[in-house]
Design a protein around this ligand. Structure first.
Ligand code: NCD
Length: 307
């Protein structure tokens, strides 16, 4: 039985297979309309979400399956003190596959160790978010036609932004990728990611606080929200939240073929005036995420169909 807890649980070959499957789903959706007939996905979300939960649920419905959902920790037995392990054992009795989001880092892994069905990490604290990475990789692949030979900028909260950690880990496995890490001093990429991913892989990267200076060098710019819920103190959040705001004026210095990405939700980081710019890809990421989650569900349920 397979789980997806961190993006490294999938090989590069499997990511290719998911991309091929997602493309086939887009091309011939009727082929997949009954693929998961009779199967149930449980979405257990102990933290706020719009896209990730709805995208998993839409994915399962489009595969002909059904969905059971806990969308508010306050209404589940977690509020009575039930452990993640017991919740996972329980939900395994009802569902064929589980997607879990949890504020505690490692909670989906604990769920996987105790569940008797596949578990997908839908975001654990400030740690990882592998299915957002699948959405991001498919978007880069569709926009650029490749996942290697790219200069990728990450801007904003690189410390707590779990989507950043997972995407850096994924892209580090492709040839010719270099990273430009733009953040305030206080929100730099954690040293464990630098050590375990960048240093270990010998991946070139630069760190800076100056977005405008590096913008012209980028193929992809991945903007992020400052993760208010992970701050210990509101003053720090207020001081840092609007440090980087991408405006049409700043974008003037960027390449014409830049892809501007953002996992969403956006707060202030990208001016809405950029939404109409052909370089804006963040709503495409939302749609791409649904197709990749469909492909992932097919893979983990081993119902065939994966190319
Ligand atoms: C991200 C997350 O939950 O980490 N959102 C998402 O799933 N698309 C990013 C964020 O909350 O800032």
């Amino acid at each position: 039985m397979r789980h997806l807890i961190e993006i490294g649980d999938l090989s590069v070959g499997e990511i290719d297979a998911l991309i091929r499957t997602a493309q086939d789903i887009i091309g011939v959706p009727e082929r997949y309309a009954d693929a998961c007939r009779g199967k149930k996905l449980a979405t257990l979300f102990f933290e706020p979400s719009t896209r990730t939960r709805l995208s998993f649920e839409a994915a399962m419905y489009e595969l002909g399956g059904n969905v059971l959902s806990v969308s508010d920790a306050g209404t589940s037995s977690a509020a009575k003190g039930e452990s993640v392990a017991d919740t996972a054992k329980t939900v395994s009795c009802y569902a064929d596959i589980i997607a879990m989001r949890h504020p505690k880092e490692g909670a989906p892994m604990v769920a996987a160790m105790n569940a008797s069905v596949p578990v997908i990490n839908a975001g654990d604290g400030g740690h990882n978010h592998p299915t957002q990475t699948l959405a991001d990789l498919f978007t880069i692949w569709r926009e650029k036609g490749r996942l290697g030979e790219l200069t990728v900028g990450f801007c904003g909260d690189l410390k707590f932004g779990r989507t950043v950690h997972s995407l850096i880990s994924a892209l580090s496995r492709y040839e010719g990728v270099r990273f430009v890490l733009v953040s305030p001093e206080e929100l730099k990429l954690p040293s464990y990611v630098k050590k375990d991913v960048l240093a270990r892989g010998g991946i070139p990267y630069e760190q800076t606080t100056d977005l405008e200076a590096v913008l012209p060098t980028l193929d992809v710019l991945y903007m992020t929200r400052v993760q208010r819920e992970r701050f210990f103190n509101e003053e720090d959040y207020l001081r840092l939240k609007d440090r980087y705001i991408l405006t049409p004026d700043k974008l003037r210095g960027a390449r014409q073929d830049l892809s501007v990405m953002h996992p969403l939700p956006r707060v202030n980081e990208i001016s809405v005036a950029i939404d109409a710019d052909p370089r804006a890809c963040y709503f495409k990421q939302v749609l791409n995420g649904k197709f990749m989650r469909m492909a992932l569900i097919l893979m983990l349920l081993e119902v065939g169909y994966v190319h």
